[in-house]
Design a protein around this ligand. Structure first.
Ligand SMILES: C[S@@+](CC[C@H](N)C(=O)[O-])C[C@H]1O[C@@H](n2cnc3c(N)ncnc32)[C@H](O)[C@@H]1O
Length: 260
């Protein structure tokens, strides 16, 4: 996996320089460079990541961007409200909106749903590339009108490692959140259509979560959350890895293990 960075001539060159400093990716002058598997591109529309080598028979897809104005994401946000799996797992069907720490923010979709349900969401992301994609989407959404802008005010993003953040909570230098939400990208045994395009591109560029290392992360989260820890796992229902969970909220492509 090799990622190159391309800047469109009409994109903001100062922003490009700032991203280049943060990411330290090889810069290319063509948006079809050879010998790279992925291209991070800065266009006037924003920052996006695309796959250069498509699996055989598949068409070139559009770049993955963080777009909180996207109709599909807004549909998910509005569709089943507090009855949707993530809301039940966090406890929003019974409790007032809370402070949720999404310690594995990714593309910010789950965080957006929680913020749209009234939660204050602190997001943490360890990959600098994903952090830059997410920050780019946030910077466009805060300029939007109306409800989206209000939702964004409830979301805060930082770059960093969850375990270090939890240690800071333990030593009192960070606030304890009510809920800690973890969706760290576990390996998926069967590639299903349910693994959405955006998530499959993240699976190509990021390391997958090792189960044995996850036990320590989960324990640290449980020591820090005031009310509960929620873990999103692939598969519609309970599996061997869910042992010890207080209860499970099943779903279509993923289920939630809740540690109260
Ligand atoms: C499956 S994605 C999360 C998707 C997210 N729930 C969403 O709705 O877009 C997992 C993300 O967690 C990040 N991550 C994994 N382990 C982490 C850790 N220990 N600390 C912080 N971020 C982590 C990865 O870099 C990746 O971007």
């Amino acid at each position: 996996m090799k990622i190159a960075f391309y800047c469109h001539a009409d994109a903001d060159q100062d922003y490009f320089g700032e991203l280049q400093d943060a990411l330290q990716l090889p810069v290319v002058s063509s948006d079809q460079p050879e010998q790279y598997s992925h291209l991070l591109r800065l266009d006037p529309e924003g920052l996006g990541l695309e796959r250069l080598q498509q699996p055989s028979g598949q068409q070139q897809q559009q770049a993955t961007r963080v777009d909180f104005l996207d109709a599909g994401l807004q549909y998910r946000q509005q569709s089943t409200g507090k009855q949707q799996g993530i809301a039940k797992a966090v406890g929003l069907n019974r409790h007032a909106p809370m402070h949720v720490m999404d310690a594995t923010a990714g593309l910010g979709r789950d965080a957006f749903i929680l913020a749209s349900l009234g939660c204050r969401v602190s997001m943490l992301e360890s990959s600098m590339l994903v952090y830059c994609l997410l920050r780019d989407g946030i910077s466009r959404a805060v300029m939007a009108e109306g409800e989206i802008r209000q939702i964004m005010q409830g979301m805060q993003l930082e770059h960093g490692q969850a375990l270090e953040y939890f240690q800071a909570i333990q030593n009192g230098s960070r606030e304890k959140p009510d809920v800690i939400y973890l969706d760290p990208m576990f390996p998926v045994r069967q590639k299903s259509a349910a693994v959405k395009k955006d998530m499959s591109i993240l699976q190509e560029i990021l390391p997958l979560q090792d189960e044995s290392a996850f036990a320590a992360l989960l324990q640290a989260a449980r020591d820090c959350a005031v009310k509960r820890v929620v873990v999103k796992r692939p598969g519609s229902k309970k599996g061997r890895q869910d042992q010890g969970a207080s209860f499970i909220v099943p779903g279509k492509a993923a289920h939630f293990s809740v540690y109260v």
